[in-house]
Design a protein around this ligand. Structure first.
Ligand code: PCA
Length: 323
């Protein structure tokens, strides 16, 4: 009672003094389930923003494609249907090849390399998104990508004709190069696609294998650690610019903390996820020499294409990465 009175009178005073902005609300669609580490990190980010702005900015997280499907979120934030959202940047490499850099097989295969790759490509990525009215708040990698298959694989040839789930243009291209049939399916629909037999092989992290309980249909995981794709949290420049300076600073500070936290959790949970696959009856293996070298060849083709498409700018990024 007393608390309520105090709150009411504080609010009244603030209103009378004209010093209070109405609370602002941001809708934040994401593509992945609530218990996924990216989502948990985002929920913490939203709580940090609310706290740091003294409740003046409330970010409502809509996870697992519930507000917009994962592949619709970028367009929604660009178009102002959502203020802020989470996207997988490599999902958009058809718009601009720069967006596909982090999903080139066997370019950056561990956390330090993925970090270095982001450092050398961040400015180029941000500049492109800025032209689309989008500001990058932070980036967090998925754990390294391995190969899942319902049947055992000794070489890439075993994938001929297999229905292959893709989540971005590079994973479709991989299917093409090994003679599999690519089908684009968002993570939120993966469990169902496996249950109906729409796909039986794919590449993703231990995290998504665990989230989607793929062990019901899929028994093999080849832990080839081919790349670490990143999710980016983006905000519409319009929504961000509408905030006053202290609120902008609060958002940026919460984002910086989320980035550090996200990289750490992703790496820490990587082994745990793979243990869960084993516990649920999957065979987690490193993959035969042949399988690995077949996929490395695929990687070489994809990187050659990428450097052709991105020209001098792309080459400078690869050079900086390899230095
Ligand atoms: N999980 C997401 C993207 C990469 C990953 O590890 C997915 O499979 O859709």
């Amino acid at each position: 009672m007393l608390k309520t009175l105090v709150a009411v009178s504080a609010a009244t005073t603030a209103l009378l003094c004209g010093s209070v902005n109405a609370q602002q609300k941001w809708d934040m669609p994401t593509g992945y389930p609530g218990n996924n580490f990216h989502t948990e990190n985002i929920v913490q980010f939203a709580a940090d923003v609310e706290k740091a702005t003294g409740g003046k900015l409330k970010v409502t997280v809509h996870d697992n494609g519930s507000l917009f499907k994962a592949n619709e979120i970028k367009r929604a934030v660009q178009g102002g249907q959502a203020d802020i959202g989470e996207i997988i940047i490599s999902g958009y490499s058809n718009e601009d090849p720069m967006f596909g850099l982090d999903s080139i097989p066997f370019l950056a295969t561990g956390y330090p390399e993925a970090k270095k790759l982001w450092n050398v490509s961040k400015a180029a990525t941000e500049a492109r998104l800025a032209k689309q009215g989008l500001k990058v708040l932070y980036a967090v990698p998925w754990p390294p990508q391995g190969i899942y298959s319902a049947k055992p694989l000794n070489s890439a040839a075993d994938l001929k004709g297999v229905k292959w789930r893709a989540y971005n243009p590079n994973t479709s291209r991989i299917a093409q190069l090994v003679g599999a049939q690519p089908v684009t399916i968002q993570a939120a629909e993966l469990t169902q696609a496996l249950a109906t037999g729409a796909v039986s092989a794919f590449m993703t992290s231990g995290a998504t294998g665990y989230d989607s309980k793929v062990w019901e249909q899929v028994k093999y995981y080849y832990d080839v650690s081919a790349w670490l794709p990143k999710n980016l949290v983006i905000v519409s420049k319009k929504a961000f610019d509408a905030l006053d300076k202290p609120m902008q600073d609060a958002v940026l500070k919460s984002a910086a903390a989320a980035e550090v936290r996200g990289w750490k959790i992703s790496e820490e949970k990587n082994n745990w996820y793979k243990e869960q696959l084993t516990k649920n009856g999957m065979k987690v293996e490193t993959g035969s020499e042949q399988l690995r070298s077949d996929f490395k060849k695929v990687g070489l083709i994809i990187i050659a294409d990428w450097t052709t498409q991105t020209g001098a700018e792309g080459q400078a990024i690869i050079d900086a990465f390899r230095k």
